[in-house]
Design a protein around this ligand. Structure first.
Ligand SMILES: C[S@@+](CC[C@H](N)C(=O)[O-])C[C@H]1O[C@@H](n2cnc3c(N)ncnc32)[C@H](O)[C@@H]1O
Length: 226
């Protein structure tokens, strides 16, 4: 199953390897709005253990690390991880190259908070992601996700960049997930939905599609061991 998924999107990690050196400098309102959305989320981070998947260049890792006890930050793009490691040199952060579609390299009930931002657009099957989050979270733990809003995706938005060296526009493989999918996959994994957010650009008017969708879940039930 995981191998099958991998074959359908072999371009994603290489695309982010290419994007890495310009990711932080490009005009990117999605990246910037996400930074403010996660910082406004009611996450209980102080002194807690956090897993961030798809950490990218560490835009949110630095902020998580400033509050948490320990952060494990996963990404499968070595290029993105290299930039993140230069940016975040805090001793409480542990970066790992890992594909989130595979079993996460953590014990059961190892962390208090799982955070994933702008990653699931690139993952076809959400169910294993939520199941892994439920497995690694302690009771009472929080799962926070923030993604490009499906309305925005249906209007044609998806992760892309123009390579500074070649002027080529690179479209990264992306999948549309509806709001119901984001919510129901969480409920199916045993999470309780705490907050659903829809976030618009500063200055957006009524009728503009929201740019981002966020979901906050809590683990209030035991994870069913499979
Ligand atoms: C748009 S960037 C977002 C990075 C960061 N979370 C942020 O908000 O700036 C998406 C990141 O997800 C990573 N990613 C996508 N699919 C992944 C997968 N299957 N496993 C691990 N990382 C993945 C990419 O390599 C990239 O760094």
């Amino acid at each position: 199953m995981v191998q099958g998924i991998r074959l359908t999107q072999p371009d994603v990690a290489p695309a982010y390897d290419r994007w890495a050196l310009q990711y932080d400098d490009n005009h990117n309102p999605t990246r910037d709005l996400d930074a403010s959305v996660v910082r406004a989320a009611p996450l209980l981070l102080r002194g807690r253990d956090v897993l961030e998947f798809g950490c990218g260049t560490g835009k949110n890792t630095a902020w998580l690390a400033a509050q948490a006890q320990h952060v494990v930050a996963l990404d499968f793009s070595l290029g993105m991880l290299e930039v993140a490691k230069r940016r975040v040199q805090a001793s409480n952060v542990h970066f790992l190259q890992h594909d989130v579609r595979e079993r996460w390299p953590l014990e059961d009930e190892a962390v208090d908070v799982v955070v994933g931002n702008l990653v699931l657009e690139h993952v076809e099957d959400l169910v294993p992601i939520y199941e892994e989050a439920a497995r690694v979270l302690r009771m009472g733990g929080q799962l926070f996700l923030c993604e490009l809003h499906p309305y925005k995706q249906l209007l044609g938005s998806r992760a892309r960049f123009t390579d500074r060296d070649t002027s080529e526009t690179v479209h990264v493989t992306a999948f549309v997930h509806t709001t119901a999918e984001y919510v129901n996959a969480g409920l199916g994994a045993g999470f309780t939905l705490v907050q659903l957010g829809e976030w618009s650009d500063p200055g957006a008017t009524v009728g503009d599609a929201p740019r981002l969708l966020s979901v906050l879940f809590e683990r209030r039930r035991s994870h069913a061991v499979s």
